[in-house]
Design a protein around this ligand. Structure first.
Ligand SMILES: [Zn+2]
Ligand SMILES: [Zn+2]
Length: 259
């Protein structure tokens, strides 16, 4: 018997540009590091990620609450996605670690930002670009009975994945495969970091969904908003891989220094 309850769960992949702090800290041990460079609006560093003109390597600081580590397959899918779209000739490194639960029942974006401020160890320096990804053990504070946020990009080198919510919505009959769902949300949020859609990588042709700003209007594209819909989740139950970027999105990335 199909469990229709899950069909009514709206999955919302969000992007926010409203979260910022005034903090501008210089690391006393290394005066070349300006933390503020990693606290800008989503999409501001799209070209830094895509091209190698400034940054030739990338370090992904992947931090999860113990018990909420993503599948190794999802991480390797994510690295492949980055390799396929960006130029980082000196390599992409994943630094993964678990932390104890912050003890919150749910998370506002400010909570998520505060955890990053406390825990993040890697900041941009010289030719090394850094990315922070946090896998949370609680749901987004904005969730309702009918909609759940699965991930949010909130700064130019930062996004959060609501891993507890993903675990609750995957790997049961008629639910998506967990790694497919994780890969979808991770690469969708990273797509916003790369400036999609119309969020720092200028559009070569007009393909922004005006009813769902900063998303692509191609329903088969990774950056389509309804990857987040009940229909999207239902369809994903039969998918063996995450949705790909369409040509319109890829062309925007190429035009902004990527591939
Ligand atoms: Zn989105
Ligand atoms: Zn697209």
């Amino acid at each position: 018997m199909k469990n229709y309850k899950h069909l009514f769960v709206l999955l919302i992949l969000t992007v926010t540009t409203s979260c910022s702090t005034d903090e501008s800290t210089i690391n006393s041990e290394n005066l070349d590091i300006n933390i503020n460079l990693n606290r800008q609006s989503v999409g501001n560093s799209a070209n830094d990620f895509l091209s190698d003109s400034k940054f030739t390597s990338l370090v992904i600081e992947l931090v999860y609450v113990d018990g909420f580590e993503p599948n190794a397959t999802s991480i390797s899918n994510f690295v492949s996605f980055i390799e396929n779209r960006t130029y980082k000739p000196n390599g992409i490194t994943v630094e993964k670690r678990g932390i104890i639960s912050p003890g919150l029942e749910n998370y506002t974006i400010q909570d998520i930002a505060d955890i990053e401020i406390q825990q993040r160890q890697n900041y941009n320096s010289e030719n090394k670009l850094t990315l922070w990804v946090f896998f949370a053990d609680g749901e987004a504070a904005t969730n309702t009975d009918s909609s759940s946020v699965l991930g949010t990009a909130y700064w130019n080198t930062s996004f959060v994945i609501y891993e507890e919510t993903i675990q609750n919505l995957s790997n049961s009959p008629f639910q998506p495969n967990r790694s497919v769902l994780e890969t979808t949300i991770i690469t969708h949020e990273f797509g916003h970091i790369l400036g999609l859609t119309n969020l720092g990588s200028p559009m070569e042709v007009d393909h922004e969904d005006l009813e769902h700003p900063k998303h692509c209007n191609d329903e088969n594209c990774l950056m389509f908003w309804a990857t987040e819909s009940s229909n999207g989740l239902d369809a994903m139950a039969n998918m063996t891989s995450a949705p790909a970027l369409d040509n319109a999105c890829i062309n925007d990335l190429i035009a902004n220094g990527g591939k």
